[in-house]
Structure formats: C-alpha cells, structure tokens
Write a protein that binds this ligand. Structure first.
Ligand code: DP6
Length: 395
C-alpha cells in the first residue's frame, strides 16, 4: 500500500505594519495591507504532518496531541476543502494520479514553543497546515497562491508562507484572489536583523484578535484615518527602508505603527488595552536607549497582548539584553543561542537615564527568546513525521 504523507514546518511572523480590521470576515480580507518579518524556525516553528488514506472515515486534526474539532464551514474546514479542490484539478489533468482528493486526511501539528508563552501560534500553525497539504497533494502552487488559502485560516498566517520580509497586499477583488502575501526581500538580503521576544506575564484573558479587530472596525473613527491616510504611505516607506537596509527608518516606522495599532485599540468602544505596565516600561527603556545613543538602535513592537518583540541589528542585542536584565531580573540565566556571553547581572549603557522605569520583581518578564529573520516553510523528512504507521499522532 502506498503511503501518502508529507511533513512540513512553518515559521512565526511578527508584523511591523499591523493587520487590524477585516472588510470581509468570511474570506478574511483586510482593511489595510501589512508587512512582517519571518522569524527563524530553528527557534520557533509549527510542524505538521498530513496523510491521505482511503481507510480514514473523516478529516481529523490533532494539535499538540489533543484532537480539535473541524467544524463544517469553519476556518480549518475551509483550508482543507480549498486544498482538496486544487488537488482535484491536478487529478483531472493527470488521469494516472491517485485520487487523494477523495480520501479523508489525518493531520497532526505541534508547536515547539509553549502556548503559555503567549506567542500567537495561529500564523505558523495555519501556514504549516496549508504547506503540508500542498506537499501531500503535490500542488503546482507557488507560496503566494498558497497564501490565499492560509489567509482564510488566519489572516496573519498568509505572511508565514515566505521567509524574510513579507508584505500582505490587501487587494481589491471581492473574491479575495488578489489579497495575498509577497516577498519584499529574502532573509539573505538583511540577515543582520535579530529579534528579542520578551515574554511578559499576563494573568487575565485578553480580547482575541478576531473579535477585537471587528469591534475596532465597527466603532473606531481613528481606524478610518489609519486605513486611508497612514498605512499606504508607511507600506511604501518601510519597503524602501528594507531594500536599502536602512535600520533607523525601518525601526521608526515599526514603532510608530505598533503605537497606532494600540491607539486604535484604545479608540474602540469599549476600549481594548493590550499593553500592561511591563510593556509600557519596555517602551520607555527602548526609547531612552535610542535617545542616549543618539541613533535608533532598536525598535519595539506589540501584537494583541503584552509581549514585546524588539528588532535590532545583531551587534546591539547583547547591550539590549543586559539593559533589560537590569529592570527585569530573571530566575534563570539568559538562554544564549548566539553565544553573546551576556552578563546576567545586566548593565546600563553610558548616558542612559535609569529613572525612565523602575526595576520590576523577578518574573515580571517570564523569559527572553533571542532569534532572527528566518526562511519560509521547510519540507521535512519521513523520520520527522508526527503520525505513526497507524495514522494517529505519535505523541
Ligand atoms: C495584532 O491573524 O490572529 O497580530 O485573521 O482573525 O485570525 P484573524 O486574526 P490574526 O490577527 C493578527 C493581528 C496582529 C497584527 C498582525 O499580525 O499583523
């Protein structure tokens, strides 16, 4: 019996120009274009194995070992049926191709980062799901075409089909066919961009992106200004900055856009707050770090939660980590994947005004993840499959 199976990993991406708002909630069409940096799968990834088999009686999916229901008409079902539809086209053109489009699939997916870390896993998760089914079905589709399907799983997932620096062009077609991800530059263009994720403790359950952004669309007048006047110019400027490897411009736009995203959240009725005191202290520290240096050496950005992501050229990361360790003491030594030999006591750069923030208790920042710009989805070998010979998860 032939085994029809594929395993793929896909990366996390963190936006510099934020997606916030849908003009079509079913097709997931955004109210503005967005742009992100893909992070390195060596550190953060979702891995997914998909198998098609005539003995399977229905489509099933396991996430981190736990079965998730695939609701009819829901986001998972939409992605799976779109990919089966493309497979059926392949089969119609090649009469000898096995009829995988008629078989049910088993899908097992796993993140190598804890869900409790508060990192959005829907982007890497849907990108891995779409890329693994596309590999299983041997689809002749390019990453932009696959991004149209991943977008219908979770908007930000479309950007995880590429490595490097990625734009999601909002498009204008009512059917969403031109709302897709494109590569602005591969990681090799600017490999020096590193990212430091500060995992901030958060006890309360926040507003989800999906419901929060819809409330913003319905109630925020500031969002309309952002859509019409701000984002189009910022998209042009940041693409240009990336192509010129102009870090200060890239960083300034990234911080401005994070600030405006949180401003439109606050402008929502009732208002939405994603940042907490720790998040705001990190903004003050990075702002003072840049001021004291007389140059923009780091950028902060925040998604729909309190975690900070700091983008900086690699050469600045050691100094930034040591600065943050002075304000956010850790119970564990800094995990140092790039062997920067960080001083865990921390240190303050020359001319830095320490009074911009107060020192926080241990574990106010639960941990740091140091990573960098990375590549797009990877096909993995059969040894890395997450489904056993019986077609069920191995973990
Ligand atoms: C703040 O992609 O999670 O991270 O399309 O409803 O699944 P849905 O939303 P999602 O929203 C991400 C919002 C953001 C900004 C961004 O990634 O661009």
């Amino acid at each position: 019996m032939a085994l029809y199976q594929a395993t793929v990993s896909a990366p996390v991406n963190i936006a510099c120009i934020k997606y916030w708002g849908k003009r079509d909630t079913k097709l997931i069409l955004p109210t503005n274009s967005s742009l992100s940096v893909t992070l390195d799968q060596d550190h953060l990834r979702s891995t997914t194995t998909s198998r098609a088999d005539p003995s399977f009686d229905k489509d099933r999916l396991w996430l981190n070992g736990k079965e998730e229901s695939i609701e009819a008409g829901g986001r998972l079902a939409t992605c799976i049926s779109e990919l089966k539809r493309l497979r059926a086209v392949v089969e119609a053109q090649n009469p000898t191709a096995p009829k995988l489009s008629t078989y049910s699939v088993h899908i097992a997916s796993r993140n190598n980062f804890p869900t409790a870390a508060g990192l959005a896993s829907s982007a890497s998760g849907f990108a891995a799901l779409v890329a693994s089914l596309a590999a299983l079905y041997e689809l002749p589709a390019n990453p932009s075409q696959l991004s149209v399907i991943a977008r219908q799983g979770s908007g930000s997932a479309c950007r995880s089909l590429f490595g490097g620096f990625v734009a999601w062009e909002m498009g204008s077609a009512p059917d969403g066919s031109d709302s897709l991800a494109v590569e602005v530059a591969p990681r090799e263009h600017w490999p020096d961009i590193h990212a430091l994720i500060c995992v901030v403790s958060d006890d309360k359950k926040g507003t989800s992106s999906t419901s929060g952004m819809q409330r913003t669309v319905e109630t925020s007048p500031l969002l309309q200004h952002r859509i019409a006047q701000v984002v189009p110019a910022r998209m042009d400027s940041i693409k240009d900055a990336i192509l010129r490897r102009d870090f200060p411009t890239f960083a300034r736009i990234t911080m401005q856009d994070s600030n405006q995203f949180h401003a439109v959240a606050l402008d929502t009725e009732p208002p939405i707050f994603y940042l907490n005191d720790v998040s705001r202290a990190i903004i003050a520290i990075i702002t003072e770090y840049n001021r004291a240096a007389g140059a923009i050496k780091a950028a902060y950005t925040y998604d729909a939660g309190p975690n900070a992501v700091i983008y900086a050229p690699k050469e600045n990361i050691k100094e930034i980590v040591e600065l943050l360790l002075r304000y956010f003491p850790q119970a564990q030594p800094f995990p140092d994947p790039f062997a920067l030999h960080v001083d865990n006591q921390g240190s303050i750069p020359d001319g830095f005004n320490e009074k911009v923030a107060k020192p926080f208790p241990v574990a106010s920042v639960k941990g740091f993840i140091h990573t960098r710009v990375g590549d797009g989805p990877r096909k993995l070998s059969a040894e890395e499959a997450l489904l056993g010979s019986n077609g069920f998860p191995t973990f």
